[in-house]
Every structure is written in structure tokens, then in C-alpha cells.
Design a protein around this ligand. Structure first.
Ligand code: ATP
Ligand code: MG
Length: 411
């Protein structure tokens, strides 16, 4: 079976990798809860239309990256490439569009057929939040502040910069679109094949191109600022003022786009220079048009998603492995007496382990190898007196403790 390897772009999480991963998700869930977000779990596969409708038939993800298949019943299903569409579908399917606001946290695997590299996988994992209902700029700022708080708690905030932009309202975007089409049409000879296609369908998306040639043209492209309506400019100013009140530092970057029609106003990314080309750790924005696209009433919403793998890589110190207590019986009678001791320790919430075989020396060696903080040594003489030796493996101090008191002593 040695020829069986994990599928390209997928990874096994074991040991420290798994601890980092778990720590990111747990921390995000906890901090999101303090901001009032409740966790939802939606299915990992959905009707393909959930994504083709919301992400746009012409988006890169839908055209090139989706894992779509026909199931045995002939339905077209897709492994979710992102979390927002499923949450919006669930909001509508569960009749929650009249119970607003909904503040949703999610965490789980996503699937995209991409070229695997450091920080880019075919199965990757995201945490994300969606604030559905409020259309006020305060909601945008609060969603960003929650993301910032998670980055701080993970100890990676200082390695990231929040880049902020506005995509304005419909009127602003229409005017901006015209300006972009004019600019890029004049320079189409230098554009990549992908960007030529975007020029017709979604010129804003060209700003997001990773192609070298495109990037030099994009550098001098018009920005949306001059095309913003007074309302859109006021909205953006409020988001910025609220962010300052929340104590979240940011820089403006007019190149941040989300590229789909139902995205408007706030668009942002937390980026780092420490992960090479895969520098975006968290990305989001306002998507007031998506829920209507899913068949619900027109409903404002704003959110973000972050790559767990990229955050886990950025974290400097890995979470410590759990520290066990080793139970060490000497002889068969002692082994029998050790089982209730193991049970009592575990019931007290202590990670307790007993080797399956071996004499005192080998078992002590194993206790050290697994990093045990204490050993509970059960010898036959001590057992006759109803006690065991509790040895602190850091200091070497040892003490006879009545069997019934061991769990409390080590808790
Ligand atoms: P990129 O520009 O890196 O392709 P994206 O715009 O496709 O990112 P989003 O759809 O906004 O990414 O996803 C949000 C976050 O999820 C990203 O900022 C990143 O941290 C993470 N992410 C996206 N795709 C992958 C992937 N293939 N592997 C690992 N993490 C990913
Ligand atoms: Mg991508």
C-alpha cells in the first residue's frame, strides 16, 4: 500500500500541525462568541447552483476551481469552495430572513482545484463570520474588529496589515466600470488572456490579477475614489471612523476588490509579508445582493473568511502539547488496583496514561518520554496501606498519598 499517498493538494494534520490548526479554530470560535456570533454548520456539498449563482458563472472559482460531480441520482453537486454561499442558502432555507440580525460563525473544509503551493491547497480550511441584516457602516466596522481581535488573540496581528477599500454603491460602480473599461481597452494588447475575458464580463476583477504583465498595467489604473457618490463616500468615511474608535489600524488600498456584482461598499484584506505570495490571511466585504440571489428578500450582509492553514503557519509558538500524568503499577496486583486510579484521574479532567507493559524502569522512561508532569507509582507494599507514591517529575519530590486523594492532589 506504500503507493497510496494523500491526494495532491491535501494534507494530513498530525502532532504540532493538528495542534496549531485546532488552536486557530478554537480561538476564532471563542472570540467570535464574545462578539455575539453563533456557530452554524452547513453541509460540505451543496447543489452546484448555490455557488454558480452567488459566485457568478464567470468567476475564477466557478469556471476553473470547483469540485463538481454528478451523484448517483444525477444531481449536480459541488464540494463547497467557500462558506458564505452555504450560510446564505441556509438562512433562506430555514426561514430566517425575517429573524434579523443573524450573526454567524463557521469553520470547516473548503475545496478548490488550484495549483498547490505553500499556503495554497485543494482542500483547505476556513473560519469565517457573517453579519446578516444591518446595512449600517457600524456593522462593517464590527465585523472587521472581530477579525482583528482574533488575529490579536492568535498573536499574529502585528504581522498583518489591514488594507481597506470601498467599492461604493451601484451608481459609483457603474461610473467606475466605464472608467476601467476605457483604460484597459486602450491597453488590451498588454493584457493576459484571462484579463481580456474579464474586460468584457467584470473589469474590476482585472485589478486582482496575479499576472505580472497585468500588474504593471493595473498599477496606473484609475481608482474608484473620484467616482464615488456622496452617499458612498459618507458610508466609507463612517466605516473608517468606527474602525478608529475600535482601535483597529488600517491603510487604504484602492486595489482591493471583490469582483462580483453583489459586493459593494466595504472590501478589505488582512495581509502579511511573511507567507510569500500567499499573503492574504483574511478577506471580506459587504455583499448586500447575495441573499436575494439565493431567492430570499433583499438583505444587507457583511463578513469575512480566513484561511486556517495560513494563520496556523503565521503563529509563532505552537500550542503546548497536553501534559499527562503517568500511572505506574509494579506487578500484576498493582496493575489491577491501578485501573480505578486511572478512572478517577480522568474523571477529574486529568490526562492520565498507563503503559501496557514493562517493569518500573521502562515505565519511568516512557513517562519521561511522553512529558508526564507526575508519576503515580503503585507498589504492592504501599497498596496494602491504601496509598501510592506521587512523584513530581520536574522536582523529583515524592510523597505517599491515599488512593482516594490522588486525583484531587494532582488536579
Ligand atoms: P487568493 O487570492 O489567495 O487566491 P482568494 O481571493 O481566492 O485568495 P478568498 O476566496 O477570499 O480567497 O478566501 C479567503 C481566505 O481563504 C484567503 O484569504 C486565504 O487565507 C484562504 N484561502 C483561499 N484559497 C485558499 C487555498 N487554496 N488554500 C489555502 N487557503 C486558501
Ligand atoms: Mg483564489
Amino acid at each position: 500500500m506504500t503507493d497510496l499517498q494523500p491526494v495532491r493538494g491535501t494534507r494530513d494534520l498530525i502532532g504540532e500541525d493538528q495542534r496549531r490548526f485546532r488552536h486557530v479554530a478554537d480561538t476564532a470560535r471563542r472570540i467570535a462568541a464574545t462578539h455575539g456570533f453563533d456557530e452554524w454548520t452547513t453541509p460540505i456539498f451543496e447543489d452546484t447552483r448555490v455557488f454558480s449563482r452567488t459566485m457568478g458563472e464567470t468567476s475564477d472559482v466557478v469556471m476553473k476551481e470547483m469540485y463538481s460531480f454528478q451523484d448517483r441520482g444525477g444531481d449536480s453537486l459541488t464540494l463547497r469552495p467557500e462558506g458564505t454561499a452555504g450560510v446564505c442558502r441556509a438562512l433562506v432555507s430555514n426561514g430566517l430572513t425575517q429573524s434579523l440580525p443573524q450573526k454567524v460563525f463557521y469553520a470547516g473544509p473548503m475545496f478548490r482545484y488550484e495549483r498547490p503551493q505553500k499556503g495554497r491547497y485543494r482542500q483547505f480550511h476556513q473560519i469565517g463570520i457573517e453579519l446578516i441584516g444591518p446595512g449600517e457602516p457600524l456593522a462593517d466596522a464590527e465585523v472587521i474588529a472581530c477579525g482583528w481581535a482574533i488575529l490579536q488573540e492568535l498573536g499574529v496581528a502585528a504581522d498583518t496589515i489591514l488594507e481597506l477599500n470601498t467599492l461604493g454603491d451601484k451608481e459609483s460602480r457603474a461610473a467606475y466600470r466605464d472608467a476601467l473599461v476605457a483604460y484597459f481597452t486602450e491597453r488590451q494588447a498588454g493584457l493576459s488572456q484571462d484579463s481580456l475575458a474579464r474586460l468584457e464580463r467584470n473589469p474590476m476583477r482585472i485589478l486582482d490579477s496575479k499576472d505580472e504583465g497585468d500588474r504593471s498595467i493595473v498599477a496606473d489604473a484609475p481608482t474608484i475614489g473620484p467616482h464615488l457618490t456622496a452617499d458612498a463616500a459618507a458610508f466609507y468615511a463612517k466605516v473608517q471612523a468606527h474602525l478608529t474608535r475600535f482601535g483597529v489600524p488600517f491603510v487604504e488600498n484602492p486595489r482591493i476588490v471583490r469582483g462580483l456584482d453583489y459586493y459593494g461598499h466595504t472590501a478589505f484584506e488582512f495581509v502579511t509579508s511573511k507567507l510569500g505570495a500567499q499573503g492574504t490571511v483574511m478577506a471580506g466585504g459587504r455583499y448586500d445582493g447575495m441573499i436575494a440571489e439565493m431567492g430570499g428578500p433583499s438583505t444587507p450582509a457583511v463578513g469575512w473568511a480566513a484561511g486556517i492553514e495560513r494563520l496556523a503557519m503565521l503563529m509563532e509558538t505552537p500550542p503546548a502539547p497536553p501534559v499527562p500524568v503517568a500511572v505506574i503499577p509494579i506487578g500484576d496486583a498493582a496493575e489491577a488496583a491501578a485501573l480505578p486510579v486511572l478512572q478517577a484521574l480522568r474523571a477529574a479532567g486529568i490526562r492520565a496514561e498507563m503503559a501496557y507493559r514493562g517493569n518500573l524502569r521502562r515505565r519511568m522512561e516512557r513517562a519521561n518520554r511522553i512529558g508526564a508532569r507526575a508519576a503515580v507509582i503503585l507498589g504492592e507494599d504501599d497498596l496494602a496501606n491504601g496509598v501510592a507514591q506521587v512523584k513530581d517529575l520536574a522536582s523529583g519530590a515524592q510523597e505517599a498519598v491515599p488512593l482516594a486523594d490522588i486525583a484531587a492532589r494532582l488536579a
